[in-house]
Ligand binder design. Sequence first.
Ligand code: ATP
Ligand code: MG
Ligand code: MG
Length: 548
Amino acid sequence: SEEKSLNFIEEIVENDLNSGKYETLVTRFPPEPNGYLHIGHAKAICLNFGLTQKYGGYTNLRFDDTNPVTEKTEYVNSQQEDIRWLGFDWKNELYASDYFDELYGFAVKLIEKGLAYVDESSADEIAALKGTPTEPGQDSPYRSRSVEENLDIFTRMKNGEFADGAYILRAKIDMASPNMLMRDPIIYRIKHAEHHRTGNKWCIYPMYDFAHGQSDSIENITHSICTLEYVSHRELYDWFIEKLEIFPSKQYEFARLNLTSTVMSKRKLLQLVNEKLVSGWDDPRMPTISGLRRRGFTPKSIREFCERIGIAKRENLIELSLLEFCIREDLNKTANRVMAVLDPIKLVITNYDKDAEDLIGENNPEAEDGGGTRVIPFSNELWIEREDFMEVPAKKWFRLAPGAMVRLKFAYIVKCEDFVKDENGNVTEIRCTYIPESKSGSDTSGINVKGTIHWVSAAHAKTAEIRLYDRLFTSETPDAEEGDFKDYLNPESLTVLPNAYIEPALADADLDGRYQFIRKGYFCLDKDSTADKLVFNRTVTLKDTFKK
Ligand code: ATP
Ligand code: MG
Ligand code: MG
């Protein structure tokens, strides 16, 4: 394989390992268990796990569960499932909440060093003294409390003596810092809330900035990789580590994944789920890993996508069509070609006097192992696509029309002799003759036709429901539009075709199977399928139909 140039994080890692700064590379993936993982998380997963696959060392899975209100065990489980499905495994399964005792100890240490204090100002008072990015803030009247008093109140905060919001613990840094986050940030708050793991043991919880870096440090994380929003937090990250004199983890920031026609925050995706605007976290239109899985994406295609988008230091917007390109490339090599008629109309062959016969179909001419063949039953009554017949043919129409000939894929050439209409003028049946010498593979008819269409034998076909998907949003950038992002949902993102016919070989489809429905796209079985009714999702069309 060709040499790939290193991304900027790989360069940093190589330098740090070569210079002996660290002996073992340790990274972590730190999701907050407040929702299902999405394709943006996949980028961070591929980056963190990819680094230790390449350079050795290991990656921890750390649940960043310091906010008791939004976190659930359901999310912990789904996040683990999704990481494993993507093809990665962690060394240690860890929880920031497991460090609550240690983090509490760190807060006490800061107080003892005169570097943290208890404030009882209201939120408004704190905001009023915070200053602006261009003007310095002012010291809180509680900033000069004694160490003893701070320790006493902080202990009582922990013991549950006070209501939510009565006190906070702040780091004592610099109210004039040009970095607003350094102006005595809040590090602990009172919250009488049950936590999904620690129950009611705690009624004070550390803020993100006080928990994240120290958790990294406790785990000896060497390279703590996060998205660009955290650039301004780095100074604080380093300050805590320095003052606490603990393992020097370092934070590095990369550009988050933004995808067109998609929202990618768990909070917003949760709104879609709660307001029943989608069928759930794994709705095949969702950008979640579970949604993409149900839609028919493979782990390989998602890893390939993350590889192609690369790691940048500047914000950018990636086309959804690139993700679709990646799954098309993968499925082209692996998916068997089968026949399914989504919008059926009957075709009768009037001169076919056998009951039926078995034809042989090639499964996948693109497959590395040749793909093999299968049996496809043929008879005198077939289903074909309604759109493959035109009563009054357009120019350059090479499919069926009165008097016209086409090839039936894997079968014979037929000629349209007649058609039947109902009382409303809708075509209900197409009547053809076939050319017996034109059988695919042994055609001696000498007839050349330009069009080939797919079909299924009516007597042998199975019925199925087919679900077609389009972009979930009509705007390329729903987050950036005026008003609510939900105003830009695409009302036509789901089309259900309830009466499709599929060739009998598909009756054995399982949830892992991937199929190319000839001329119609790549499909997979949906979990809503029952023994009586198979349901297929279209993963992606055969060609890029997105407007550029
Ligand atoms: P969300 O708003 O979707 O909840 P988050 O950053 O709050 O995103 P976390 O669960 O905290 O979600 O994220 C875990 C890891 O995944 C973090 O390291 C974060 O930087 C990374 N991550 C989240 N979203 C993206 C994205 N769009 N692109 C790349 N990495 C991401
Ligand atoms: Mg987060
Ligand atoms: Mg979040």
